[in-house]
Ligand binder design. Structure first.
Ligand code: PEP
Length: 250
């Protein structure tokens, strides 16, 4: 079965009530391809989620950017998977490089978060990717595989509600996008890893997104690559060009 193209917008720690309202208006007004062709999600901050969910067109789903690793309770500042499910939020982004590198989330911790979120019924956008030093040392696949191994150890064969986002750290927010060839090379290796370490079926069905300085200008060429199943977008997801990125699916 063909993998449906997927475009996610990660709004990170951006926005005010006013700017988020304007962004929602822009997304509601844009002409986008059918949800038969593309699945679209946006991930506002936790505090903006209810407002976005109430006002955003139904073709675009709402995701969280994180959730707690287990059942909620005495964990100040955290939001649990149960709370997201209670609010009707279908997706959560886990393992974003900003959380791995700035907040020191370990591979195992990310794996456990994925397992817990899936067990509560959330779908997971699981982010992986190498730093520039790791790429230059020839360790891109090794590093991505270590991140995938931790996820696999936690979730086993349960990949049907997982979307993998390959986001090279050197490309995130830097304006240095991977070339379509660089992205395709890594995505093909990641699919091979899934085939060899999980199953051929999971490798065939799992969407592998590219993330890192995707714009309305570079998305079309990237989208042509057979193993690029969509995008996770940061900066450009806050701009009208996000509509063009969604429409690169066709
Ligand atoms: C991201 O943070 O997931 C991302 C890909 O950011 P940007 O598009 O700004 O590089």
């Amino acid at each position: 079965m063909a993998r449906k193209f997927f475009v996610g917008g990660n709004w990170k720690c951006n926005g005010t009530v006013e700017s988020v309202s304007k962004l929602v208006d822009t997304l509601n007004a844009g002409a986008i391809v059918s949800t038969d062709i593309v699945e679209v999600v946006v991930a506002p901050t936790f505090i903006h989620i209810p407002m976005v969910k109430d006002r955003l067109r139904s073709e675009i789903q709402v995701s969280a950017q994180n959730c707690w690793v287990k059942k909620g309770g005495a964990y100040t500042g955290e939001v649990s998977a149960e709370q997201l499910v209670d609010l009707g939020i279908p997706y959560v982004i886990l393992g974003h490089s900003e959380r791995r590198h700035i907040l020191k989330e370990s591979h195992d911790f990310v794996g456990q978060k994925c397992a817990y979120a899936l067990s509560k019924g959330l779908k997971v956008i699981a982010c992986i990717g190498e730093t520039l030093d790791e790429r230059e040392a020839g360790n891109t696949i090794k590093v991505c595989a270590e991140q995938l191994i931790a996820i696999k150890e936690a979730i086993g064969q349960n990949w049907s509600e997982v979307v993998v986002a390959y986001e090279p750290v050197w490309a995130i927010g830097t304006g240095k996008v991977a070339t379509p060839e660089q992205a395709e090379e890594v995505h093909a290796e990641l699919r091979k890893w899934l085939a060899e370490n999980v199953s051929a079926e999971v490798a065939e069905a799992t969407r592998i997104l590219y993330g890192g300085s995707v714009t309305g200008g570079n998305c079309k060429e990237l989208a042509k690559k057979p193993n690029v199943d969509g995008f996770l977008v940061g900066g450009a997801a806050l701009k009208p060009e996000f509509i063009d990125i969604i429409n690169s699916a066709q």
